[in-house]
Design a protein around this ligand. Structure first.
Ligand code: NAD
Length: 379
């Protein structure tokens, strides 16, 4: 069926920063690369900076722009609201969109507190609207393959998970303050990077029952802006580490740091089973490394390369080894959301699951502060 003979689905996007651009690209790519159950229309783009909103709307192909996000939500032609603003704004924007009966695609972390996350989840459930949260790394076809291998028992019984998500964009003590440094924004490495890893651990191995953790602010002040003499006090975590106890019996470690020099997008894990080990690193997102015991002197890790056999890959490229990138993962996330709106969603992170990620992050914060094991169900 031709796209324009399908029912229109109007998209409203809030924010034109790093993720605003990634969402715009993903919506474009979704409609050019996949057969979707709706005719996606890029209706409105909002940003607090009116001139930038207008300029981006023009170049990204949105019909109109707003400086006031509430106008975008009130627009009857907008059916799906995508939120790519700083974390503190997720709650008011998502709640307003839910109240207006719109579907919501919100960037991670869902909220700045577990209380907010719970309110958002309840409101979405009561309103019956479709929700998704931007835990895009799970949409990598290689992560789908990893999940399949784990569930098929190809690694035997899972006994361990070692995960780390580090980058180095705050590694320099002179890297300036930003909203990501504010507690009010649930700032810090745990919320910014660690939330992705917690979502991934849950996606692959299920519930985590208990955590024990330690967190540290390495640079207690930073320049207000790059090169400025004005210093701002910082109290959020630059790095957080934790021990994890999974409900399936596996034991694990978790690390998140935005100061670890040399790493740019190192969302990585090694999963150990009684019959093998599986390893992944987002900096090499088209590969899995698999070890299964072989003859002595001849065994070793096998490198599995992404190809059209993995669902999602073939839509972008018919040949193996040509490699997908970050923006393709975002596109696959959007496609799953649009399928869900058409009644065929499968594995996206909705507000209920994102709330569980918040609960886990909150348990880690409590454990670090009180220097003890915390049972996640007590939080
Ligand atoms: P950013 O600072 O680059 O962009 C934020 C945008 O929000 C800017 O365009 C800003 O003008 C706009 N904005 C701020 N206040 C506004 C208001 N009141 N009304 C309308 N627009 C407003 O930030 P970013 O890096 O794009 O991060 C945004 C969100 O995306 C955060 O929640 C972050 O955690 C998340 N994020 C997710 C990923 C991922 O891989 N999923 C990666 C980076 C960021």
């Amino acid at each position: 069926m031709r796209a324009n003979s399908l029912q229109a689905l109007g998209v409203g996007l809030i924010g034109t920063g790093f993720m605003g651009r990634a969402h715009a690209l993903a919506f474009h790519n979704a409609r050019t690369t996949f057969d979707l159950p709706f005719n996606l229309k890029l209706v409105a783009l909002a940003d607090a900076d009116a001139a930038r909103a207008q300029q981006c709307a023009d170049s990204w192909g949105f019909e109109r722009s707003h400086a006031d996000w509430q106008q975008l939500i009130n627009d009857p032609a907008v059916h799906l609201v995508a939120i790519t603003t700083p974390n503190l704004l997720h709650f008011p924007m998502a709640m307003a969109a839910i109240e207006a009966g719109k579907a919501v695609y919100c960037e991670k972390p869902l909220a700045v507190s577990l209380e907010q996350a719970r309110e958002m989840e309840t409101a979405a459930r009561d309103a019956g609207v479709v929700t998704r949260v931007g835990y895009n790394y799970q949409h990598n076809p290689m992560i789908g393959l990893a999940k399949q291998m784990i569930e098929n028992g190809e690694l035997g019984r899972i006994v361990s998970f070692q995960g780390e998500f580090c980058e180095d964009f705050m590694g320099d003590a002179l890297s300036p303050w930003s909203w990501r440094c504010e507690e009010a924004h649930a700032g810090g490495a745990l919320a910014d990077l660690g939330s992705h890893l917690l979502a991934m651990a849950r996606f692959l191995l299920g519930d985590i029952e208990a955590v024990c953790a330690d967190a540290q602010t390495v640079h207690p002040q930073r320049p207000a802006t790059r090169g400025s003499d004005e210093q701002r006090a910082i109290s959020i975590d630059d790095q957080t580490y934790a021990l994890l106890r999974f409900a399936n019996g596996a034991r694990g470690t978790f690390g998140s740091s935005w100061l670890k020099h040399g790493y740019k997008n190192h969302l990585s894990f090694e999963i150990g089973g009684t019959e093998g080990t599986l390893a992944f690193d987002q900096e090499r997102l088209n590969e899995l490394r698999l070890y299964r015991p072989g003859p002595p002197g001849r065994d070793g890790f096998q490198r599995i390369l992404a190809g059209p056999q993995q669902p999602g890959y073939a839509a972008f490229c018919p040949a193996p080894g040509h490699q997908l990138g970050y923006n393709e993962l975002k596109t696959l996330e959007v496609v799953e959301l649009i399928q869900a709106l058409g009644g065929h969603g499968t594995n996206g992170t909705d507000f209920a699951e994102a709330m569980e990620v918040e609960r886990l992050a909150t348990a880690i914060r409590i454990a670090a502060k009180e220097m003890r094991w915390v049972s996640v169900s007590d939080v």
